[in-house]
Design a protein around this ligand. Sequence first.
Ligand code: HEM
Length: 400
Amino acid sequence: MTASSLADIDLADPQTFLDQDLPALWRRLRAESPVHWNPPSGRNPGFWVVSRYADVHAVYKDNRRFTSERGNVLTTLLQGNDSASGKMLAVTDGHRHREIRNLMLKSFSPRALAPVVDRVRARTSRLISEAVERGEFDFATDVADHIPINTIGDLMDVPPADRPKLVDWNNQTLSRHSSQHSELEEFLARNEILLYFSALAQERRRNPGDDVISTLATGEVDGEPLSEDEIVFNCYSLILGADESSRMSSIGGILALARYDGQWRALKDATVSVDTAVEEVLRWTTPAMHFGRRAVVDAQIGDTPVAAGDIVTLWNSSANFDEAVFADSLRFDLARTPNKHVAFGYGPHFCLGAFLGRAHVGAVLHALREQVSGIEVLGEPRRLFSNFVHGYSSVPVRFR
Ligand code: HEM
């Protein structure tokens, strides 16, 4: 469906993302109203919708005038704050953000991650070969759901038996599978995750290992240990960040490869490199559709003035298809270079796990190239019900 008037569109409503022809909507916003006012609706205040690449980039870069401290996704921005503000990396700015980020970066350098990446490759290769043997299966639940949670589980040393319940809770927090899930369920699931990590962090304080939870539990900023809240919220953010977006990029990648046979062949014949293919899958799928900020002072985005206190949402899912930056932007082109997409954001909050996110998608593409000769989608994939994560919770496929 295409709305006749942009004023009728409500981007806070997850249903919009199921009802609208999204590429057409983004194209129209970029052309007609690049810094667009989404009017208030129900109890929600209005907010700005930024859709052009250059404007999205500029706001991401400027965390002095556009802060994350009052929320960085629509759900929390519309509520007015984020309970993890000033404690969790993604919703902290300034000195404390830089210091905690530097502490965590030690666990995320490519060198520190090399053994983790080897395990991702081995695990993915095994999952894909089991899938080939089975023939018909659900790529989302049988394959993709098992990759990132185990990576981040290894990095945090989460006991393997606990990982499936973390995936379940995570599924209920940001991207509800349907409109039937209630906000209460989301809230309860989030609390379960926080309680779980609180217990684990206490244990690691007593018996530290070389996992990320131990780094947080024993690390110091300005000569002081992190608070209990800082440790627990940052564990939560790793699970949130690591699991769902990586799963969604692999699942969307499978759908794109099944649809564009020429690109699948190019991957198979190795006429494109896995590295450029990974970037295009990330651009094409853009799992985190938006992030957001609040203006700290009166400012200008493009030609539009925004006032101090306004909510500003940055639509990666539009910026990554901006024809001013990406030639033939609606073409899935695994050889695309340059490909400076903003699937991982940009600037001070650039995704901490980008290397791992890339490793996840790369492992899937490698394994497909090595072990699969054809991909066939067998039924209608089930889309997530979300204004934040774009993706699918079920994709029945057949591998040959
Ligand atoms: C931040 C996307 C994988 C952890 C971000 C941001 C984006 C993003 C767009 C910027 C948020 C903002 O500006 O407010 C993605 C995508 C992924 C992915 C698309 C996979 C394909 C991961 C993984 C991890 C992770 C694997 C952890 C292991 C984080 C953290 C932040 C972040 C901790 C906050 C960084 C900060 O505020 O300084 N991610 N992410 N992400 N991501 Fe990811």
